[in-house]
Design a protein around this ligand. Structure first.
Ligand SMILES: CC(=O)[C@@H](O)[C@H](O)COP(=O)(O)O
Ligand SMILES: NCC(=O)COP(=O)(O)O
Length: 239
C-alpha cells in the first residue's frame, strides 16, 4: 500500500496571509487524518512564508499518523526537528528564498555533508529520507551516505506526463527498481495530482509514500478535504 502524506504548506500560506491562526493548521491536519490521510507533511523554509518552525512541535503533539518534516538541513531546521522528533525528516537541497523545490541532491558531490547531517537525526530515532532525481549515480550515492529512504523529485514526471505518460515515468521506474535492489525505502513527491498519481504509483514497484500538497489543497478548494482525500486514496488503491 502506498501511503498518502498531505503537505499543508499551502494551508499555512493562507493562514499567514492574515497574520492570525485561521485556518488552524493543527485542526486541518487532524481533519485530514480523520478523512484517511496516512501522514502529514510540512516544509518550513527559512523565510517561514508558509509552514513555520513553531508548527513542527504543534503538529508533533497533535498528529496520530506519520509526521514528515521536509527542508534544508541547517540551523533552526535541524534544532527544531531534533527537538520535536517527527517520524521522518526529508532533506531537500533548497536555497533560502527558493520559490519551490526543483531538484534533488548531488549525493556524490555533497556526500560528506549528507553523511554528517543524517547522523544526528538517525541517532535520535528519526527516519531519514533525501530528495533525489531519478539518476542511478545519485541513488547509489544516497545509499552510500546511509539514508533510510529517498524521495524522488517528481516535478519532471508531472511536466512530461501531459506529453506522454510512458516516457515520463520510464526513468522513475528504472530508478525505483535500482533503489529497491539497494534496499532503500522509496517515497516520491512534487506536482503529483489527480490526473497523474494513479499512473505514477502503478509504475513504481515498492513505492511506500507520496507527499502531495499544492494540487491536493487546490482540489480541496473545490471539493472539500474529505472528498479530495478520498479521490487521492482511490488513485493509490491497488498500486
Ligand atoms: C520537497 C517538495 O517537493 C515539497 O516539500 C515542496 O517543496 C513543497 O512545495 P511548496 O512549499 O512549494 O508548496
Ligand atoms: N515532498 C513533496 C511535497 O510534500 C508536496 O509537493 P507538492 O504536491 O506541493 O508539489
Amino acid at each position: 500500500m502506498v501511503r498518502l502524506s498531505v503537505n499543508l504548506n499551502k494551508v499555512a500560506l493562507i493562514r499567514n496571509s492574515r497574520g492570525a491562526d485561521y485556518p488552524n493548521l493543527v485542526q486541518v491536519a487532524l481533519d485530514c487524518e480523520r478523512f484517511g490521510a496516512q501522514g502529514i507533511t510540512i516544509h518550513p523554509r527559512p523565510d517561514q512564508r508558509h509552514a513555520r518552525y513553531s508548527d513542527v512541535a504543534e503538529l508533533r503533539a497533535a498528529c496520530t499518523t506519520e509526521l514528515n518534516i521536509e527542508g534544508y538541513p541547517a540551523g533552526e531546521f535541524i534544532d527544531v526537528v531534533l527537538a520535536s522528533r517527527p517520524d521522518q525528516v526529508t532533506l531537500v537541497p533548497d536555497e533560502p528564498g527558493q520559490l519551490t523545490s526543483d531538484h534533488g541532491w548531488d549525493t556524490v558531490g555533497r556526500a560528506g555533508f549528507l553523511r554528517e547531517v543524517l547522523q544526528p537525526f538517525q541517532a535520535a530515532g528519526i527516519r531519514t529520507s533525501i530528495f533525489v532525481d531519478p539518476d542511478p549515480r545519485m541513488i547509489e550515492g544516497a545509499k552510500a551516505v546511509g539514508t533510510d529512504r529517498i524521495e524522488f523529485y517528481t516535478g519532471p514526471f508531472a511536466h512530461q506526463f501531459k506529453h506522454g505518460p510512458a516516457a515520463a515515468v520510464a526513468p522513475f521506474t528504472e530508478a525505483c527498481q535500482l533503489a529497491a535492489d539497494l534496499g532503500l525505502g522509496i517515497n516520491a513527491g512534487h506536482d503529483l495530482n489527480l490526473e497523474n498519481l494513479a499512473y505514477f504509483a502503478q509504475h513504481m514497484p515498492g513505492l511506500q509514500e507520496v507527499s502531495i500538497g499544492h494540487a491536493l489543497v487546490t482540489d480541496a478548494l473545490y471539493l472539500g478535504f474529505e472528498e479530495t482525500i478520498r479521490r487521492y486514496l482511490a488513485c493509490l488503491r491497488g498500486a
